[in-house]
Design a protein around this ligand. Structure first.
Ligand code: ADP
Ligand code: MG
Length: 439
């Protein structure tokens, strides 16, 4: 049975935002959060603490990754990811000879005085936070959220996502707040409760109440507070075209209030054109350089972990190209990326695409697969020649051109003097690129 690529097409590019930004959106949709302010300097953090006026506050590192509470902060000047391994709980272990240690345990810290706020902000800002989700590479903390501390009675889990099998939105709740949902799903699947809804219809209040009862909430104030959080978050999820809204934890405070204490929102990039203001929340510093570059050149790029780079026009053809590489790769070779240069690919775009593919050290060969429809094959051939000269491609290049002005395109490649292997059809192209990798 052919092992076709299970390429996560559903993983169309996603934009993440910070917790403090997600909480600002929550407020607009009526989801209660605690008082807080973002700060990107120590002075601002201390001023925020005074302005919030709560004696006990939390200082929370803002990075696009979870697990911060149990994370560890390092000074990037002395940090070497090669010498660090993370155990199952996400705790980093530094090799004995490495000679450095964490500056701070925890990326979420309780502070009782302005001196403590100052200390934690100093230790977090510009430093590297390593969590289970960031892996040993960690992420630089460029801002912190100063937030009033809540006295927590109970922590619950709540998330909204798209259930592709059901073709509807799903809301997932569990009584195990603060735990990774994957762990809960594995150990105690019965603790996870779900409801489904159509985004244009919305979640019914009775569905939110059923979740509240399933989590064992009894007091009227708790049930009503939880329903408010669920309905507000459901509305936010639908209206902003999110692919994920996760609140871990939703807490019941000692005063009986129900609040979103953490907030993660992921948007579907393909819907961002409908939300100009949300698109501005993008934090390029958080994104991988290759993704940033792809975004700048309007290229749809998703990194995978194979060894054959793909440069294709059209998402469908790109998918088919990955499948056929996976098939002929016989489990030994697979696509290194999804890349759709789009319909109007010009030389600059093709060049950027080559650069992005070549930045991945795993890439051992590249397959260019172009179907000339409105796009002329000779235009693409010129782009490929110019780009390969400019970029200096140092891996085997297999090019398949088909369609409009195909003969002219092939002629251009032949005349270029470049070491390009031409291919006639998809199977031929896939076999040739696999053979090229195997040398
Ligand atoms: P992460 O999921 O990245 O670890 P969270 O925002 O969930 O970050 O914070 C981790 C834990 O810290 C929470 O589960 C909660 O127990 C505690 N916490 C977070 N914010 C507050 C707050 N405002 N008041 C009191 N405790 C908090
Ligand atoms: Mg959390």
């Amino acid at each position: 049975v052919p092992a076709f690529a299970c390429v996560p097409l559903c993983e169309s590019p996603h934009m993440n935002i910070h917790e403090y930004q997600a909480k600002q959106l929550f407020v607009e949709f009526g989801v209660p959060v605690v008082d807080g302010q973002m700060a990107s300097s120590v002075d601002r953090a201390v001023a925020a603490y005074r302005e919030i006026g709560s004696e006990v506050c939390v200082v929370k590192a803002q990075i696009h990754a979870g697990g911060r509470g149990k994370g560890h902060v390092f000074d990037p000047k002395h940090y070497d990811p090669e010498t660090v391994t993370l155990d199952e709980a996400g705790v980093p272990h530094v090799a004995a000879q490495a000679g450095f240690e964490a500056v701070l345990d925890g990326g979420v810290k309780l502070a009782r005085t302005s001196e403590e706020v100052q200390e934690y902000a100093t230790k977090m800002l510009s430093n590297l936070l390593v969590t289970k989700q960031t892996g040993p590479a960690g992420k630089i903390v460029n801002s912190v959220l100063i937030e009033a501390a809540t006295q927590i009675e109970r922590e619950l889990y709540l998330a909204f996502t798209v259930d592709r099998a059901k073709g509807r939105a799903a809301v997932i709740a569990s009584a195990e707040g603060g735990m990774d949902i994957e762990v809960v799903a594995e150990r105690t699947p019965e603790a996870i409760h779900k409801q489904w809804f159509q985004p244009h219809v919305g979640l019914w209040p009775f569905q939110a109440r059923e979740l509240a009862f399933a989590l064992g909430l009894k007091e009227k104030a708790h049930v009503n507070g939880f329903v408010k959080v669920v309905l507000g978050a459901a509305k936010a999820f639908s209206q902003i075209d999110a692919s994920l809204v996760e609140i871990n934890p939703v807490v019941i405070s000692r005063d009986g209030e129900v609040l979103a204490l953490d907030a993660k929102i992921t948007f579907d990039d393909n819907a961002l054109f409908r939300h100009r203001k949300l698109a501005e929340l993008r934090d390029l510093a958080e994104e991988a350089p290759a993704e940033r570059k792809a975004h700048d050149h309007d290229l749809a790029y998703i990194k995978l972990d194979g060894d054959i780079g793909c440069l294709v026009n059209g998402a469908g053809l790109a998918m088919a190209t990955m499948d056929i590489i996976q098939y002929h790769g016989s489990g030994l070779h697979s696509p290194a990326n999804f890349l759709d240069v789009g319909g109007g690919a010009d030389e600059a775009k093709v060049k950027a695409a080559f650069e992005i593919i070549l930045e991945d050290p795993n890439v051992k060969a590249i397959l260019v697969n172009i179907f000339g429809g409105i796009m002329r094959c000779d235009t693409i051939a010129n782009g490929v020649v110019a780009a390969s000269k400019a970029v200096g491609i140092n891996v085997p290049l297999v090019v398949r051109l088909q369609g409009n002005m195909m003969e002219e395109g092939k002629q251009l490649l032949r005349n270029s003097g470049l070491d390009i292997t031409p291919a006639d059809d998809m199977t031929d192209a896939a076999k040739k690129v696999v053979a090229a990798v195997e040398g």
